[in-house]
Write a protein that binds this ligand. Structure first.
Ligand code: C5P
Length: 310
């Protein structure tokens, strides 16, 4: 085997929390214009890619993740990512992708997007392509709105569909406690519920913001590394529709907020809840309290880097 084709490549890619998400109008392509601030957190998908004749995948769980709903055929986003990369490079190569998932499935944390980003990085290295990052980011955007951020990681502002990224300055670290939920939610259904809600209440809440923008206070809090300030500015326009579809989540949100969290928020389109803690030790206390109440609670921190070879 040549130096360009290693026997295997191991990659990890982070899940994300949207600390701010303003959703505008639905566009002709069915996507909503939005403005978001992403933070990559230390809950990682792991992928080992090895040479194979075809592009194949197997998926296993790392921790309390229900992987039953994850397709292992051509619908799998990581498989599609590997295929798109091979096609773009004009090569006829295969790879076997062994994925160990820690990010909740259909949980609003971009787990599938992280898998796709991991596949781009892993196959680029396995096949010795050396594709420029800008090209990988372009391919990522074709795979899904959150895939470019899973490549980039850290802290970033996303506009357009969420795929037009600019890195944001962030200082220090933020400690979160995540509470995943057994039953996943469909992202298109949650966006659809937001649209329906806006139609129902058009008189009271007015039209969607014409050009969504990330609140300056959010960027300031991230720049300062100030958890208290960030807690006061957390916002997710998908939270109300997610809670409307899943009223049970509101109780868990209240439980976290009354157990020492600075604030809680639905992550992305849900149902994972993300509780921001004042610091590491508060997060550990919160995790213990929520676990004792019978909830699955995971302590993570952000920001962390995007998909990379380890
Ligand atoms: O790009 P991705 O596959 O992650 O998007 C899943 C679905 O979420 C889209 O098909 C669309 O219904 C919804 N979506 C949206 N506006 C966005 C991002 C996602 O309506 N900006």
């Amino acid at each position: 085997m040549s130096a360009q084709t290693p026997a295997s490549v191991r990659v990890r890619a982070p899940g994300k929390i949207n600390v701010f998400l303003e959703v505008g109008d639905v566009q002709d392509d069915g996507y909503h214009e939005l403005a978001t601030a992403f933070q990559a957190v230390s809950l990682y998908e792991e992928m080992v890619a090895t040479p194979a004749d075809e592009i194949t995948i197997d998926v296993s769980a790392r921790g309390p993740v229900d992987i039953e709903g994850v397709p292992t055929d051509d619908r799998n986003l990581a498989v599609r990512a590997a295929r798109l990369l091979a096609q773009t490079a004009g090569i006829d190569r295969g790879a076997h992708l062994a994925v160990r998932k820690a990010v909740p499935v259909a949980g609003g944390m971009g787990g599938g997007s992280a898998d796709a980003a991991a596949a781009l990085i892993a196959c680029d290295a396995l096949w010795g392509l050396g594709m420029p990052t800008s090209e990988l980011v372009r391919l990522a955007a074709r795979l899904g709105a959150d895939v470019p951020f899973a490549l980039l990681g850290g802290t970033a502002v996303g506009t357009g569909r969420g795929d037009q990224l600019s890195p944001a300055l962030a200082r220090g670290r933020f400690d979160w406690v995540l509470v995943p939920n057994e039953t996943g939610m469909s992202t298109p259904v949650v966006y659809g519920e937001l649209d329906a809600h806006r139609r129902r209440h058009a008189v009271d809440i007015g039209p969607a913001p014409r050009v969504p923008a990330v609140d300056r206070d959010v960027l300031h809090a991230l720049r300062q590394g100030d958890a208290g300030m960030l807690a006061a500015t957390l916002r997710n326009d998908l939270q109300a529709p997610a809670l409307h579809l899943r009223p049970d989540l509101a109780r868990v949100l209240e439980r976290g907020e009354s157990s020492g969290a600075l604030a809680g928020i639905v992550s992305g389109s849900g149902p994972t809840l993300a509780f921001l803690a004042a610091d590491e030790s508060s997060a550990i206390d919160l995790q213990v309290t929520l676990s004792a109440a019978g909830l699955v609670a995971l302590h993570v921190h952000g920001p962390v880097p995007g998909a990379r070879v380890v």
